[in-house]
Design a binder for this molecule. Structure first.
Ligand code: ADP
Length: 306
């Protein structure tokens, strides 16, 4: 699939200080038209702060933000009519129906609704048949889907979702994931999606940015970052010393990462695993298990644990 080179979001060297505390030190990334950009980082990394700055909810200490190629402060009205977002848990009137909540939201934001727009959206987020029910009986997943419905009322081109699956059960997570994929594939929306879970991002996003401690660490295509790189492969063996000597004699010592009594970690690509396994077996080293871990996953887990 090809993606556009039109930049919908540009963040350059974003810095945000709260007094002496540096919430953001240097965040830079781009979101292109048609992207589902996974904005990934452990809790406290600065994701919400960045999103709030993008949405002009807070003023950055320094740095540059452009939305649709324009300055969001100068062209505020034009830009924000093209954006839908969930930045915190959406606020609803629990004693009113889903339909009524959307009508009130539309009125408050001054959106002129096309006929049937609300029922179209209710249908899209899978709440058809429940639109007349009061929200107090809704699950968290249903409320979150209604939150997505709210972001869609004015048919925005860019949708920003800050940790939209937090607190949802597995079915709720799946529903939101499917909605995001539908928004991308069927409606060609550009989506910025933050998460602290790599597993979540890799299922939905085509590109991702990883931030930690207020700084961008990497950005790129999910396929490139995750799949085309070498793996960390853990071999559980009966004779680690012999295995190490063997690897050295085949010039593979550079692939060696670490070992303990029964485990040997090697950094190799997927297609080398059978050959290394055969090498051990041919030399009477018993192989009890082979486990693979992608470098980026390992890297990200280390970040979270730091
Ligand atoms: P994330 O969304 O990645 O979990 P946040 O952007 O919410 O991270 O927070 C980044 C850091 O900035 C955290 O250490 C947080 O405590 C701090 N922070 C966020 N908002 C404020 C604020 N209004 N005042 C002081 N510190 C804040």
């Amino acid at each position: 699939m090809t993606f556009s080179s039109e930049k919908i979001i540009e963040v350059k060297h974003l810095v945000k200080h709260y007094g002496k505390f540096k919430a953001l030190e240097d965040v830079s990334f781009e979101v292109y038209k048609g992207d589902v950009l996974g904005f990934l980082g452990p809790n406290g990394a600065g994701k919400s702060t960045t999103i709030r700055a993008i949405l002009s909810l807070i003023k950055p200490t320094s740095g540059e933000i452009k939305l649709f190629g324009k300055d969001p402060v100068k062209d505020h009205k034009y830009i924000f009519s093209r954006i839908g977002c969930i930045v915190e848990k959406p606020d609803f009137y629990l004693y009113l129906s889903a339909q009524k909540n959307l009508e009130i939201f539309a009125r408050l934001t001054g959106v002129e609704l096309k006929k049937n727009r609300i029922s179209e959206i209710i249908d899209f987020v899978g709440l058809k048949g429940r639109e007349k029910d009061k929200l107090k009986g809704f699950s968290n997943g249903m409320k979150q889907r209604l939150g997505i419905a709210q972001t869609l009322i004015h048919d925005p081109e860019l949708i920003i979702l800050d940790e939209p699956t937090t607190g949802l059960d597995p079915q709720g997570i799946l529903d939101i994931r499917n909605l995001i994929l539908q928004l991308k594939n069927e409606y060609n929306k550009t989506i910025l999606l933050s998460s602290h879970l790599l597993s979540e991002i890799e299922l939905i996003a085509n590109r991702m940015v990883i931030i930690n401690k207020g700084k961008t660490l990497v950005q790129g295509s999910v396929a490139n970052l995750l799949n085309e790189q070498e793996l960390i492969v853990s071999f559980t063996l009966d004779d680690i010393d012999k295995a190490k000597l063997l690897l050295a004699s085949f010039g593979l010592e550079k692939q060696f990462v670490s070992s303990n009594q029964n485990n040997l970690l090697l950094q190799i690509s997927n297609d080398k695993i059978p050959a290394v396994n055969k090498l051990f077996c041919d030399n009477a080293i018993k192989v009890f298990s082979i486990e693979t871990k992608r470098k980026l996953e390992d890297y990200f887990l280390k970040l979270i644990n730091n």
